[in-house]
Design a protein around this ligand. Structure first.
Ligand SMILES: *[C@@H]1O[C@H](CO)[C@@H](O)[C@H](O)[C@H]1NC(C)=O
Ligand SMILES: *[C@@H]1O[C@H](CO)[C@@H](O)[C@H](O)[C@H]1NC(C)=O
Ligand SMILES: *[C@@H]1O[C@H](CO)[C@@H](O)[C@H](O)[C@H]1NC(C)=O
Ligand SMILES: *[C@@H]1O[C@H](CO)[C@@H](O)[C@H](O)[C@H]1NC(C)=O
Ligand SMILES: *[C@@H]1O[C@H](CO)[C@@H](O)[C@H](O)[C@H]1NC(C)=O
Ligand SMILES: *[C@@H]1O[C@H](CO)[C@@H](O)[C@H](O)[C@H]1NC(C)=O
Ligand SMILES: *[C@@H]1O[C@H](CO)[C@@H](O)[C@H](O)[C@H]1NC(C)=O
Ligand SMILES: *[C@@H]1O[C@H](CO)[C@@H](O)[C@H](O)[C@H]1NC(C)=O
Ligand SMILES: *[C@@H]1O[C@H](CO)[C@@H](O)[C@H](O)[C@H]1NC(C)=O
Ligand SMILES: *[C@@H]1O[C@H](CO)[C@@H](O)[C@H](O)[C@H]1NC(C)=O
Ligand SMILES: [Zn+2]
Length: 314
């Protein structure tokens, strides 16, 4: 999950390894002086905490919790919801219009969806998701960042609340077969990358694609849940994490555009690659209980089979 204080980020980018104004720190993914192994030192509050993200999710250790019901996604179908796309130098971020929100899914109240952004490696063959599942790292991960409604847009207040933010994480995987430019929603989204090749470039997104279009094909009732943190400094432990089990399928050519189009600063700087934090210590994870109807049906039919075998023998 990308940091929220954009102005501070821009200032800090000019002075790597120096401590910046507004209480934030300069940080990076790739320089020895500020990469993620240094975050617990350069930002000890909170990157050196005890509920840090991302984590490896061990599916067999996820405890069943029947409270993890379906979400309601408000305005995810609005084709004007995506406002502006920006190259921050560390990610590609899309600002959402107000009125997009999420509720249900055992969240304590409504959360307003502020933005989504992405994490990636170096093309579809060098994966760069933040979370992993049973040790598997996916090519990319999309994070939708949502702020608890009762904080009324006050991010400072939300960051001081252990459940002030809700992050929705979606893995992105290569579509099978030889498709190119698919799905159309991702073709449209990635078509903007050429307009934001330099850091701090941004352009408006034309109406036409919705969040539902981008999340197409994912069963959003199946997910993992744990309490964690922002995955960039200052790593505030304020995030209710939801990581969906099914991945978004995107064709290889579109995945590859992220690591071959946007740059960390201007036209002579490197491409933005491997923008994810390393794994942090495990946390308790919950998920939906295994469907009891399926297993009881199986037991029942096995029972019937045993009964009929017994009857047949007598
Ligand atoms: C990160 O920085 C540390 C030193 O602070 C260095 O040992 C390590 O190799 C660096 N890792 C990467 C991936 O740059
Ligand atoms: C991080 O926390 C650990 C355990 O609380 C502590 O031993 C270590 O000194 C801390 N490191 C920094 C840089 O604050
Ligand atoms: C489910 O929610 C109920 C009511 O809020 C609560 O009492 C119970 O502890 C929750 N169960 C779990 C496993 O968290
Ligand atoms: C969707 O967004 C519009 C525009 O912000 C808002 O008027 C409307 O109430 C929202 N709908 C829902 C269901 O939240
Ligand atoms: C990223 O991938 C490109 C294309 O495969 C390759 O040329 C480049 O060396 C890779 N960069 C790193 C840092 O591995
Ligand atoms: C946000 O909340 C903090 C802490 O409660 C408060 O100090 C600050 O004034 C609030 N900011 C705004 C813009 O309301
Ligand atoms: C993909 O393309 C290769 C080479 O053109 C071909 O051999 C293969 O059958 C194609 N696979 C699919 C699923 O279309
Ligand atoms: C993106 O760049 C292309 C080519 O330079 C240009 O035609 C198009 O108008 C730009 N789109 C936006 C939204 O700025
Ligand atoms: C590009 O950025 C580098 C530092 O990142 C700077 O030295 C150089 O002057 C910049 N070039 C242009 C054309 O802006
Ligand atoms: C990016 O910066 C370079 C100079 O480093 C400039 O030539 C180019 O036009 C800029 N690209 C965009 C899309 O503004
Ligand atoms: Zn993120």
């Amino acid at each position: 999950m990308e940091r929220l204080v954009v102005a501070a980020l821009a200032l800090c980018a000019l002075a790597p390894s120096a401590r910046c104004a507004t209480g934030s720190v300069a940080w990076c993914y790739h320089l020895p002086s500020c990469n993620d192994t240094t975050w617990p030192v350069i930002a000890p509050q909170y990157c050196n905490g005890t509920r840090q993200s991302p984590i490896d999710i061990v599916s067999a250790s996820a405890k069943p919790d029947a409270n993890l019901t379906a979400f309601t996604f408000h305005n995810f179908s609005r084709t004007s919801a995506l406002q502006k796309i920006e190259n921050t130098g560390k990610t590609v971020k899309v600002k959402l219009e107000s009125g997009v929100r999420v509720s249900g899914g055992d969240l304590s109240e409504d959360y307003e969806s502020l933005q989504f952004h992405l994490h990636w490696g170096n093309g579809s063959s060098v994966p760069g998701s933040e979370h992993t599942v049973n040790g598997k790292r996916y090519p990319m991960e999309l994070h939708i960042v949502n702020l608890k409604s009762s904080h009324k847009g006050n991010i400072t207040q939300a960051l001081a609340d252990p459940t002030g933010l809700a992050a929705l994480g979606f893995f992105i995987e290569e579509m099978s077969g030889n498709a190119t430019g698919q799905p159309a929603s991702w073709r449209t989204l990635t078509s903007y990358l050429a307009n934001i090749t330099n850091s701090s470039d941004s352009v408006s997104v034309a109406p036409g694609i919705s969040l539902d279009d981008l999340l197409d094909g994912v069963d959003r009732t199946k997910y993992y849940r744990y309490l964690g943190s922002l995955t960039t400094p200052t790593c505030n432990e304020a995030v209710v994490w939801t990581v969906f089990k099914e991945s978004i399928k995107v064709s290889k050519d579109l995945i590859d555009l992220f690591s071959t189009t946007v740059r960390v600063s201007n036209g002579s700087s490197p491409y933005t690659i491997n923008v994810y934090r390393n794994l942090q210590p495990a946390q308790p994870v919950t998920t939906q209980p295994a469907s009891s109807s399926t297993s009881s049906t199986t037991c029942y039919s096995l029972g019937l089979m045993a009964l009929s075998l017994a009857l047949g023998r007598s």
